[in-house]
Design a binder for this molecule. Sequence first.
Ligand SMILES: *Cc1c(COP(=O)(O)O)cnc(C)c1O
Length: 212
Amino acid sequence: MSIKDNLLKIKSTIPSKVTLVAVSKTKPVSDLMEAYNAGQRVFGENKIQEMTQKWKQMPKDIQWHMIGHVQTNKVKYIAEYVNLIHGVDSLKLLQEINKQAAKHNRVIDCLLQIHIAEEESKFGLDENELEEILQFVQNDKMQNIKVIGLMGMATFTENQTQIKKEFQHLKSIFDKHPQLTTLSMGMSGDYQLAIECGSTMVRIGSSIFGNR
Ligand SMILES: *Cc1c(COP(=O)(O)O)cnc(C)c1O
C-alpha cells in the first residue's frame, strides 16, 4: 500500500473531530510530500534539527508538531514556526517557550505530558506537578504560550487491558480541567483504543509511512 492509501484508510476509521498527526520522523521529504499531496497538513517530528530542515523545504501551510522531548536550550530553533509542542514536562521549559515565542510575536500552543506508563523511562509529570504548573500558568499569565491540553504514552505492551487502564487514567485527569481541549494519546498500535477512551489527537507514524 502507498502512503496515500495508508493515510486515507486511517482517516476513514477515525472520527473527523479527532486530529491526525502524521508522525514523519526519520522519513525523507519525498515521503512527507506524498502525504501532503494526499491532503495531510499536520506533521509530527521528534528531533529539532530534522523538523527545522523539513519546515524549510516544505510548503508553508503545514502545521508542525514537536512530539519528542525538547531541551530548553533548543526551543529557540523552533519558536519561529512550531504549532504545537506535545511533550512539555517542566515549568522551566514552558517559561523558555514563552520567552522564545515572544521574540517572534507568537503564541505557541503546548500540551503537558503526563506520565501514565508503568515504565520508569518515559518522560512526564505526575498529577501533583500538573496541578502546580496549571496553577502557575493561571496566575502568571504568560502571554506567549497557551496550554491547550495533555499528552501521554501508554506502556509498550501487548496487554490491551493495561493500555486501556492507562488511557482511561489520563482521560480522567483531562476531564478535571474543562479549560483543556486537546488530549493527545494513541499511536499506530493503540490509536483505536485511545479514541474509544476519549483521545482527540492521535500521533501515527509507522501505519502511514511504514516501519522505521
Ligand atoms: C514515534 C512516535 C509516535 C508514532 O509511533 P508509531 O508507532 O510509528 O505510530 C507517536 N508518538 C511519539 C511521541 C513518538 O515518538
